[in-house]
Design a protein around this ligand. Structure first.
Ligand SMILES: Nc1ncnc2c1ncn2[C@@H]1O[C@H](COP(=O)(O)OP(=O)(O)OP(=O)(O)O)[C@@H](O)[C@H]1O
Ligand SMILES: [Mg+2]
Length: 577
């Protein structure tokens, strides 16, 4: 890590330095070469002006051998090479070579320029000398003689030597720079990486759960600010973590002391959390991390969990676990996609309920026989009783009738509670209702009430005919019983999926305070009225029970101008009990 940091700094510095040094080198080499060449050229030009005047003088004197000697002596003392060439390119004299052995020079660039009366210059490789040479040639016009070209040549190899020397020095400088860069990179790494390394180490310790780890940096720059901010952040993380730890512990305590079982299940069915009650309920110690299906081996529970996750909403239901009745409420936590199951052991409640139902049924059965006997004897006695006793007997008869009604109602309620399957038949609901209305009509008319029946054309519906009649009888009976004047209207309509039965009256109404309890057994809203009418408060409980068995709903709207009971039954009942 540290080496990588060092390398990165070093390579960056190295690249920048090398690039700038290369540019500098190229520019410098070019400058040095030009400078050396111009110095050589300057010297040559100065010498040429002296040599040309001497050459012109010796030529006009026609002293070729003196000129030859002059050329040799100049060449010796200056190192220059002197050549005299005629305008056809033939070499006349040369300080270094025998002119006869030299080829025609007309095509040499410096000669071509000189022939055009310009001072010709050319730098090229001399095959004769096997060296780079700089040539300067001028045309000499001598009176009375044909013009000739004087050429002076000089080696430029010392220019190359100077450049090579320059390269050598430059390499030394580059080496020095590289060493400096290694030192600078090392110092920078130590200076910058050291604090960063400490930050990294401390952050790793914090990530591993050591929230007390802090960074100490003795300097006064941005890294110090960074370290301080880091320490503040670490302090906050520590505080937040301890807070969340505290609330987690508190929550765990609450959950573990709960009487109800709690299971938190993730999307894959894994149990993330369970409390003591759940462990007791399913007799399993290690639940966390296991699939809930291994622990709660019940298809109903699995289906409820799946449904909750699928619908992403709360679901409730019951299931059996080792002969215990368990009520479960499932909630869905969006975002984390977890299901929370709260489980209640309702075995005792179910048992009490069953005992209650059995008791009512048995008691009603037991009461039925003596009541039938009493009824029979009252009938027998009524013929022979006169005066006061007849009045008493009538009271006995009325109360006995009431008792018989209660027993009958209780029996029918018990039988409903024990009903597992309905005796369903496809029936025309209009015909059925019409028949009940016809039977109930005389009772209403005796009270001076009008009874009407309106309906659309609902399709046949699968219902338990006898039980549906009970619903109709009870609701119409109530409407008649609790209405003194006006009407009783029965309506039967339907929409796509529902059959709607309405029984409306213009009676005394039901005040809102009774709304919650009106469908309970033995609940009467108006006690004195019920006493008079002989109501026991069981009719609506029977109605509710039957409607629920048909997967329907029953509700009412009421004011002091009358009451409207509304029964809704699904037209396509999938479930048939
Ligand atoms: N149409 C109605 N108008 C006003 N009050 C009503 C009406 N229907 C029911 N109630 C009130 O609701 C109570 C419960 O009715 P429910 O039919 O259960 O019992 P009941 O009529 O008193 O007795 P039962 O029907 O068992 O002979 C009644 O006592 C009455 O106070
Ligand atoms: Mg009633």
């Amino acid at each position: 890590m540290k080496n990588r940091f060092f390398l990165r700094i070093f390579i960056s510095l190295f690249l920048v330095a090398m690039l700038s040094m290369t540019i500098l080198l190229l520019v410098s080499v070019d400058g040095v070469t030009k400078y050396y060449l111009s110095t050589v050229e300057d010297g040559m030009e100065k010498s040429l002006s002296v040599i040309s005047s001497n050459t012109s003088a010796l030529l006009s004197a026609g002293d070729t051998s003196a000129l030859d000697l002059f050329f040799i002596s100049v060449a010796k003392s200056t190192g220059y090479r002197l050549t005299l060439i005629d305008t056809s390119g033939t070499v006349i004299l040369d300080s270094d070579e025998n002119p006869k052995s030299m080829g025609n020079h007309k095509d040499r660039p410096e000669i071509e320029s000189a022939l055009n009366n310009k001072a010709g210059k050319s730098m090229r490789f001399s095959i004769t000398r096997q060296q780079d040479m700089l040539y300067i040639a001028i045309l000499l016009n001598i009176e009375g003689k044909s013009p000739v070209i004087l050429r002076i040549a000089s080696y430029v190899s010392h220019t190359k030597e100077a450049v090579a020397d320059f390269y050598g020095r430059f390499t030394l400088i580059a080496l020095f720079v590289v060493i400096c860069m290694v030192i600078v990179s090392y110092l920078l790494t130590k200076n910058v990486y050291g604090p960063i390394d400490r930050l990294v180490t401390v952050s790793k310790r914090i990530a591993d759960g050591d929230f007390d780890a802090r960074v100490v940096i003795f300097r006064k720059d941005e890294l110090k600010v960074l370290a301080e901010s880091f320490n503040i952040m670490a302090e906050k993380v520590k505080k937040l973590f301890s807070q969340s730890e505290e609330s987690r512990e508190e929550l765990n305590k609450i959950i573990s002391t709960m009487h109800e079982g709690v299971l938190v299940i993730d999307r894959g069915g894994k149990i993330l959390l369970s409390n003591e009650a759940a462990k007791r309920m399913f007799e399993s110690e290690n639940m966390e991390g296991r699939n809930f299906r291994e622990i709660v081996r019940n298809p109903d529970f699995s289906e409820l969990v799946n449904r909750c996750a699928l619908e992403k909403s709360g679901v409730s239901g019951e299931f059996k676990n080792q002969n215990r009745d368990i009520l479960v409420n499932l909630g869905y936590i969006e975002g984390v996609n977890e299901t929370v199951a709260t489980l209640f052991d309702i075995t005792a409640i179910r048992e009490t309920d069953r005992m209650r139902r059995d008791f009512i049924m048995n008691a009603s059965h037991e009461l039925r026989t003596p009541l039938t006997a009493i009824r029979g004897f009252i009938e027998t006695m009524s013929d022979g009783v006169e005066g006061e006793n007849k009045k008493y007997l009538e009271i006995i008869e009325r109360h006995t009738e009431r008792l018989v009604n209660i027993v009958e109602d209780l029996l029918s309620l018990s039988s409903l509670e024990h009903t597992e399957r309905l005796e369903k038949e496809f029936t025309d609901p209009v015909k059925l209702t019409e028949e009940v209305v016809r039977i109930m009509k005389p009772k209403a008319e005796m009270k001076g009430l009008s009874v009407t029946f309106e309906h659309d054309s609902p399709p046949k519906i699968s219902i338990d005919i006898f039980k549906f009649e009970q619903v109709l009888i009870n609701l119409i009976d109530n409407a008649i019983k609790y209405t003194d004047k006006g009407f009783v209207k029965v309506r039967l309509n339907h929409d796509e999926s529902t059959l709607l039965l309405e029984i409306e009256d213009s009676g005394i109404g039901i005040s809102d305070e009774h709304r919650k309890r009106i469908f309970e057994r033995f609940y009467v809203a108006n006690k004195s009225r019920s006493k008079k009418s002989g109501g026991t408060g069981l009719g609506l409980a029977i109605v509710k029970h039957i409607v629920l068995l048909h997967d329907g709903t029953v509700d009412f709207k009421s004011s002091n101008e009358g009451t409207l009971f509304l029964v809704k039954l699904p037209l396509n009942q999938e479930r048939s009990r």
